[in-house]
Design a protein around this ligand. Structure first.
Ligand code: NI
Length: 139
């Protein structure tokens, strides 16, 4: 059965929309709406994947954030210091005038890794967070 389409209004920064429009044009989408529907589906799949992952994992959390955001550096450090058992190694790259890249290596229970990832995603000034995982034991 055909789903009823709901209409929503979304406010976006100009440059984000311009880049999004560029991508959907290159990919040959018939409309902006179709591109947004696909992006939302991917967001849901990604979230559900995180929910299904469990057990001991080795994970890499990649974060891009605006280092001008007041208090954000401290909050990121606080998260790392309060998760010493889980987070061991990190490295930092100053990408440009505004942006920093931080990569955290985590080892431990997926539930805890997910919690840290979501805590970081929720921080104001964090632009992008990517979680990738692998199994500790590959046999
Ligand atoms: Ni930096």
């Amino acid at each position: 059965m055909e789903q009823e389409l709901m209409r929503i209004g979304v406010s976006l920064p100009d440059n984000l929309l311009t880049r999004f429009d560029g991508i959907i044009k290159k990919r040959g989408y018939s409309s902006r709406s179709e591109g947004i529907r696909d992006a939302i589906r991917n967001y849901i799949v990604d979230y559900e994947w995180m929910g299904e992952e469990e057990g001991d994992r080795v994970a890499v959390i990649t974060i891009i954030y605006n280092h001008h955001q007041r208090g954000l550096n401290d909050e990121l450090l606080e998260i790392q210091h309060s998760s010493i058992g889980l987070l061991g190694t990190s490295f930092h790259v100053h990408l440009d005038h505004d942006n920093c890249l931080e990569v955290l290596l985590a080892r431990g229970n997926m539930r805890d890794i997910k919690q840290i990832t979501e805590d970081i995603m929720a921080l104001k000034g964090v632009k992008h967070v990517k979680l990738t995982t692998t199994s500790k034991t590959l046999d």
